[in-house]
Design a binder for this molecule. Structure first.
Ligand code: SF4
Length: 265
């Protein structure tokens, strides 16, 4: 496969560049690609260090160029109350040259309120993408144990939407695909841009099947995202103009894959 034919996956579907200012994330998602990359693959930090986000001051204070497309922040951690001030400082620097920013988060309401307040005058440069992967808090609690509950994520979405920011959703990974339409219906009134749907990727590599409950959950997830069920979800939602499909679903249903980063925002 040539470079030009290389598949565009993950965050590259959405952005030409990923920006971060922190190592680690205490949300503890069991499928976390960033933890797998930092702890298991590259061994930059230990598993316990990963649980305590460490701000990288040099990244907070750096200046940025004007990128040739949308820039995503953050990509390998989240915006959490304890690092909010640093994230806001970085966002100032990133917005200054005129960049368009995709802010991706499992949102804490107080963080979103503060970002909306601070960047009210730059709201046309900001698109929020809130990760809301299930309605059932028992499922969220298992898979994303320290991330905000469904109600707080929904409240954050409503807040950003009511303040005139562009809003979008990432349902990736789908953790409760049996209720995907109900989830889409509940979120849609507060979404101005798009709702992305994707599978849980690289399960064998990234998720450790260390307890009977995990084995049971993985069995459920694998069944819910088998090709037959993915095709059924696609056919039920394909005429909804807000819905966008991640590469993991495009390849199942035969949609054309992206050839250049950042074009499918
Ligand atoms: S919020 Fe994102 S970075 Fe943090 S643990 Fe979850 S998947 Fe990983």
């Amino acid at each position: 496969m040539t470079a030009a034919e290389k598949r565009i996956r993950g965050t590259r579907e959405w952005a030409v560049a990923d920006i971060d200012c922190c190592t680690g994330c205490s949300h503890g998602c069991r499928y976390c690609y960033a933890r797998y990359d930092g702890v298991v693959k590259k061994k930059r930090v230990s598993a316990s260090e990963w649980q305590h986000p460490e701000v990288r001051s040099a990244d907070v204070h750096r200046s940025f160029p004007l990128y040739p497309g949308t820039v995503m922040f953050p990509a390998n951690h989240d915006i959490q109350p304890e690092i909010l001030a640093d994230c806001i400082r970085l966002l100032h620097n990133l917005l200054a040259p005129g960049n368009s920013i995709l802010i991706v988060s499992k949102p804490h309401l107080l963080c979103i309120e503060e970002i909306c307040r601070t960047f009210n005058n730059s709201r046309r440069q900001i698109l929020f993408r809130f990760s809301i992967t299930a309605i059932d808090n028992r499922i969220l609690q298992f898979w994303e144990p320290a991330a905000p509950a469904y109600e707080e994520r929904l409240a954050s979405l409503r807040h950003a939407y009511s303040r005139g920011f562009q809003t979008s959703i990432s349902i990736e990974p789908m953790l409760e695909s049996e209720k995907i339409e109900e989830l889409v219906d509940q979120l849609s009134p507060f979404v101005s841009h798009s709702i992305w749907i994707g599978k849980m990727n690289k399960i064998k590599k990234r998720v450790s099947e260390d307890t009977p409950q995990m084995a049971h959950e993985l069995q459920r997830i694998r069944k819910e995202q088998n090709d037959e069920n993915i095709a059924a979800i696609y056919h039920r939602l394909k005429n909804n103009s807000l819905i966008r499909w991640k590469e993991s679903i495009k390849e199942v249903v035969g949609l054309e894959l992206l050839r250049q980063p950042g074009l499918d925002i």
